[in-house]
Design a protein around this ligand. Structure first.
Ligand SMILES: [Zn+2]
Ligand SMILES: [Zn+2]
Length: 339
């Protein structure tokens, strides 16, 4: 399977947390968390459609200004999600500037924010045209763990205990469609926007007997049914699952939620601020140790995991944290095999 999603840490693992997820062949990407984004190019930032913020400690929210600065004056709506108090933190950021000259911009940028509370979700829009004043009263919606639900993928969240609420997120493709290049050539077809239409028809499970819009040169310009075309040019496999967990206490209820969210993920990004030898420090600062992170990765049976959020106390010398997490992961996987 050629993966569509190529997630990566924006910064080295001892620097601000953020995971950038570009989509292959699409001018689009998602972002988990909003630490310092100087390492991303302007082009990369302008591709972002949705940003999922874990919480508003400064190392997770500092990058907001760079997104704002780059999107200003562009025809763009950017969707942000975050925990309790998210809207007032966004409003606080926005009120730190003077907006008297932006009302005439011909390409109005809009921030669309959703605050995830325990019993509801609060939605508000902040258009550049009003100097980022909120439009009307906030809309209250019932709790829905699916923050993004598109035909091809979804993003869900869980609430973890940190010093306050911290959100962890999972992005899951429903299934994955690979196009077989040789078959395209054999049918005389070339790539183009129609392929996205074709994939979308499969994602929304359109009637396979229905004729698909593309004329097939190798069949004298005839059209064929969606199902027959899919049988010929598409290979369908299970989709990717990417999970992001940061700033969490190692408590029984958090462990349960983290393992459930990360279950069978292809790639888990998980914080590991301290070494197990400094567990009391991790407990006090409400972070995970590398051993705990590896244990969660093993319990969830993830395929790969990447650690981040290393405490600056280790300098660049963090190899041992990775070894510690790897041992815990292997230990857990071994224990699981025996039971
Ligand atoms: Zn924090
Ligand atoms: Zn943090």
């Amino acid at each position: 399977m050629r993966p569509v999603l190529h997630p990566r840490l924006v910064n080295p693992p001892e620097a601000d947390p953020a995971v950038y997820i570009p989509f292959n062949f699409q001018n689009r990407s998602l972002l988990f968390d909003l630490g310092n984004l100087e390492a991303l190019s302007s082009r990369e930032i302008l591709k972002i459609s949705h940003i999922f913020v874990s919480h508003m400690h400064m190392d997770h929210f500092y990058g907001f200004d760079r997104v704002l600065r780059l999107c200003l004056g562009r025809n763009k709506r950017i969707h942000l999600f975050g925990p309790e108090n998210f809207l007032s933190c966004i409003e606080g950021k926005l009120s730190g500037y003077s907006w008297d000259l932006v009302g005439h911009y011909s390409h109005p940028f809009t921030i669309v924010a959703t605050e995830i509370q325990k019993d509801c979700q609060v939605y508000q829009e902040y258009p550049c045209s009003t100097g980022f004043q909120p439009v009307g009263a906030p809309r209250i919606k019932p709790v829905d763990t699916k923050l993004l639900a598109e035909p091809s993928m979804e993003v869900i969240y869980t609430c973890l205990d940190h010093s306050n609420v911290c959100l962890a997120y999972a992005l899951a493709e429903r299934f994955h469609i690979n196009i077989i290049g040789d078959e395209l050539v054999a049918l005389g077809l070339s790539t183009g926007p129609w392929l996205m239409e074709f994939k979308n028809a499969l994602y929304r499970q359109a009637d396979p007997e229905q004729e698909f819009e593309i004329a097939i040169p190798a069949l004298n310009g005839q059209k064929i049914a969606l199902g027959a075309l899919a049988h010929r040019i598409a290979r369908i496999t299970s989709g990717q699952k990417i999970v992001y967990i940061t700033d969490a206490v190692y408590s029984e209820s958090n462990i349960k939620k983290m393992v459930k969210l990360a279950e069978s993920a292809d790639h888990l990004f998980i914080e590991a601020a301290f070494s197990e030898a400094e567990r009391s420090l991790a407990d006090g600062k409400k972070h995970l140790t590398a051993w705990q992170a590896g244990t969660i990765a093993g319990m969830a049976r993830v395929r790969n995991f990447t650690l981040f959020h290393f405490s600056p106390r280790y300098g660049g010398n963090t190899r041992f944290l990775e070894s510690e997490a790897q041992s815990a992961y292997e230990n857990q996987m071994g224990m699981d095999r025996k039971t």
